[in-house]
Write a protein that binds this ligand. Structure first.
Ligand SMILES: C[S@@+](CC[C@H](N)C(=O)[O-])C[C@H]1O[C@@H](n2cnc3c(N)ncnc32)[C@H](O)[C@@H]1O
Length: 197
């Protein structure tokens, strides 16, 4: 079943409740949209599990259908809000990589606080759910969002920015990224590793 419904929305999940085997690496994509990236990654990496988080029902259904059509057992999608999922729901020290790809940019100055990377609860949650050595990967077409992220992470000593050269590893282009590339937009990318004892 590719649709994941938490047994309880009001307590931290246990790793085994998501895919069954907590020993397998878990990657999470926030705002997974139509599931292009999630399904591409899960198909290429059968030894890892992939959980997509998405709040729009139509996109959740589309992702779920794609997972089922591809016959993947290592991908699931959950309908929930990203900030809540990171701050409260995902298990502590459980995630090897968390992907945030072409997030809604919230371009108006008065909405800047809505950008996930500007939220203390999100950064605290990220530090909680990533395994030591785990990574947060961001791609955005929005220069201001990118700069906000760089500034925000620079204030957190537990995260260390890593190089991310083009084609460093398999990383499918997302639906929105293809769209922006077709329109000549630059995609900014950055990657941070959690360093904690
Ligand atoms: C611009 S789209 C990008 C979709 C996909 N990542 C891509 O690159 O094709 C942003 C996605 O994030 C979802 N989203 C935005 N805010 C969210 C939130 N707070 N919680 C969960 N999903 C969210 C939207 O519904 C949308 O599908």
């Amino acid at each position: 079943m590719s649709l994941f419904i938490p047994p309880d929305y009001f307590r931290e999940l246990q790793s085994k409740e998501i895919f069954g085997d907590p020993a397998r690496p878990l990657e999470v994509e926030l705002g997974c949209g139509d599931g292009t990236f999630l399904v591409g990654m899960a198909g290429e990496n059968p030894d890892r599990d992939f959980l997509g988080i998405e709040r729009m029902l139509g996109r959740v259904s589309k992702t779920s259908r794609k997972i089922d059509r591809a016959g993947l057992t290592n991908a699931k999608v959950m309908r929930l809000e990203s900030a809540y999922t990171v701050a409260w729901l995902l298990p502590t020290s459980s995630v090897t990589r968390l992907h945030l790809l072409c997030p809604d940019p919230w371009p108006k100055k008065k909405h800047a606080a809505r950008r996930l990377v500007n939220q203390k609860d999100f950064l605290d949650g990220l530090a909680r759910i990533l395994m030591p050595g785990g990574e947060f990967l961001l791609k955005t077409d929005d220069r201001v969002y990118y700069e906000d992220a760089l500034a925000s992470f620079a204030t957190r000593s537990e995260f260390v920015q890593q190089e991310w050269p083009e084609a460093a590893f398999f990383y499918p282009v997302t639906d929105f990224e293809s769209h922006w590339l077709e329109h000549g937009r630059t995609i900014h990318r950055a990657r941070w590793q959690l360093i904690k004892a």
